[in-house]
Write a protein that binds this ligand. Structure first.
Ligand SMILES: [Zn+2]
Length: 257
């Protein structure tokens, strides 16, 4: 058994027994890691109060390479992020980013994804509430791209022709991106107007000035893409919760943008 220390962000925790929890972290050096935190449910226990969801810190764990569940030795918080838990939309958004990040499957170092998630959670915590939906979508698409699933917005994934500026396309999930107007005729997936396509391009480029006019429709597109490519058709529970909070007309689609 070895001991490792790595920067880590707590994404989820589950009560395991009357005294212990199982914590799922995203770590800089080992990707997603589950650790047993013995005694962590006691308010005056060894870790009392310092391990709250979305905290960033330095994790030290006893590790057996053949096991899926490791054992927590120590954790020191460097970025607590308590305000996230006090604001329901920020918390729901952070939970959505966490759900996407937990789909990461590699066990080696993942510094880019770690930094993306760390900065994304910072942004979700402090950004003005009016910019929160666009920020969540931008950070989530960036995370999806870093996980290796960057959608192709141009040229057409079917025929390879460049789309014209005002062209109506269709988002083909299995094809990994957008079909042109011609190939969209008989293709699967939701229609995607030129305005929505431009917003998607800005989000994937990490443009901080991106304006998202129909956040709920964009969230549905993101959810369907993540479900298809990352989650193996498992339902993503945080997306529905977030969609309900966005509270917009569910009938608006990206076709009309
Ligand atoms: Zn085409």
């Amino acid at each position: 058994m070895g001991v490792i220390t790595t920067s880590a962000i707590l994404l989820r925790s589950f009560n395991y027994s009357e005294t212990s929890k199982v914590l799922r972290f995203f770590t800089r050096d080992h990707g997603v890691m589950a650790v047993m935190a013995k005694g962590s449910r006691k308010s005056h226990g060894r870790f009392g109060g310092s391990i709250e969801t979305f905290v960033t810190g330095e994790l030290t764990a006893y590790v057996r390479p053949t096991r899926d569940l490791q054992t927590l030795k120590d954790f020191s918080a460097t970025r607590p992020r308590r305000p996230l838990a006090a604001h329901v939309l920020r918390f729901a958004g952070a939970s959505m980013l966490a759900e996407v990040a937990l789909e990461h499957s590699g066990e080696g170092p993942a510094p880019e994804i770690f930094e993306r998630l760390n900065h994304g959670l910072d942004a979700v915590e402090v950004v003005d509430e009016s910019e929160l939906p666009a920020t969540l979508l931008r950070e989530a698409w960036g995370l999806v791209a870093d996980l290796g699933y960057h959608p192709v917005l141009d040229p057409c994934v079917q025929c390879g022709r460049a789309l014209e500026a005002g062209e109506m396309g269709r988002f083909d999930f299995a094809g990994g991106g957008v079909r042109c107007a011609h190939c969209a005729e008989d293709g699967p997936g939701p229609r995607l107007g030129p305005h929505a396509r431009r917003q998607l391009r800005q989000m994937l480029a990490g443009d901080p000035s991106v304006q998202v006019s129909h956040a709920r429709a964009h969230l549905r597109l993101l959810e369907n893409f993540v479900t298809y490519h990352l989650a193996g058709s498992r339902p993503l529970r945080t997306f529905q919760f977030l969609a309900d909070l966005l509270g917009q007309d569910d009938s608006v689609t990206l076709e009309h943008m």
